[in-house]
Design a protein around this ligand. Structure first.
Ligand SMILES: [Zn+2]
Length: 175
């Protein structure tokens, strides 16, 4: 199977896919009535379509850079190494938490639950962000302000996970 460095290289080099996907949604959702999301603090409003497309890029580039199917390894993998190097202090907390994921799924390395696209992405999504939804719900953030960006980001992260899955599969078949 490809190591973490190879996965990361594939992730970096496949950026046109994420940009294309973002552009595709921006174009295809054009006629779909979507809310304008306004940031009350800044007084700025953006179309739902734009937020959705930017969230796809955020999900692919930012979340996909740090959250990967290989969190199911009990050892510190290269994604977690990146978290520690690039996110000072908070990174330590994040990696402690991702290690919990590794210990829960340690016997399921590259299984359906940790590697299969969409299914495993959804499980990691809930594992990573349940607290954020709880906070948003607690502070009565309007549903569309939560749904539009999180669906976009989920699609972006799913794309990163699909590439990871394919790389694992293809190299297994070559062997
Ligand atoms: Zn893997």
């Amino acid at each position: 199977m490809p190591d973490g460095v190879t996965h990361h290289k594939i992730h970096r080099k496949s950026w046109p896919l994420a940009v294309g996907l973002g552009a595709f949604f921006l174009w295809s959702l054009d006629n779909v009535p979507m809310e304008h999301l306004c940031a009350s603090l800044l007084g700025l409003c953006f179309s739902g379509q734009l937020i959705f497309s930017l969230s796809i890029l955020f999900g692919y580039f930012i979340l996909g850079r740090y959250i990967s199917p290989d969190w199911d390894c009990i050892t510190i993998n290269s994604d977690e190494g990146r978290i520690l190097r690039e996110i000072p202090l908070l990174g330590i907390l994040i990696v402690s938490y991702s290690t919990l994921y590794g210990s829960i799924f340690r016997r399921m390395h590259r299984s359906l639950w940790t590697h299969f696209p969409i299914v495993s992405t959804f499980i990691r999504w809930v594992f990573c962000f349940w607290w954020l939804y709880a906070l948003l719900w607690r502070f009565h953030v309007p549903a569309e302000h939560v749904l539009i960006p999180s669906t976009g980001a989920f699609i972006g992260l799913s794309l990163a996970d699909i590439l990871h899955y394919l790389a694992d599969k293809i190299t297994k078949e070559i062997r």
